[in-house]
Design a protein around this ligand. Sequence first.
Ligand code: ZN
Length: 163
Amino acid sequence: MFGLSDSEDLKSLYQEIILDHGKNPRNQGTVEGHTCDANGNNPLCGDRILVTAKVDEGFIEEAAFTGKGCAISIASASMMTEIVKGRTIDEFKKLFASVRAVCTESDDVDIESMSVFGELEEDVSRLAALGGVRNFPMRVKCATLAWHTLLSCLEGNKSVSTE
Ligand code: ZN
């Protein structure tokens, strides 16, 4: 269902999602009363973002980002801040694993069959939009930068670099 080679229609839908988030990023800024913050740096592309998040009793109440980067890095950060809202840290880690899988697996991977998805399947299907980077290995770091940065934030590290 989510195979990116399925049809041109699906490809253009994914491109639309990326373009929409790239042009109109959600959750830009810093979370008021945030409990963690981290800088993410992707020197290969020049993407630099700051992610802030508010965690309460294991739940990510809110996440936001600021920074500059290419359309893919900004779109991914935007999608991430929407999707992680209200999630547990464990769910975030599963989603991150899914993002990595979506970005790096071959076209014929059956995303739906992967056990990590479970009840997160709907969110993961949205993340399939990032799968377009598969054909551009350098872009995988752009697509995952925000996720690495939020992970660092949650783990109490102040900065992360993709190199
Ligand atoms: Zn980039």
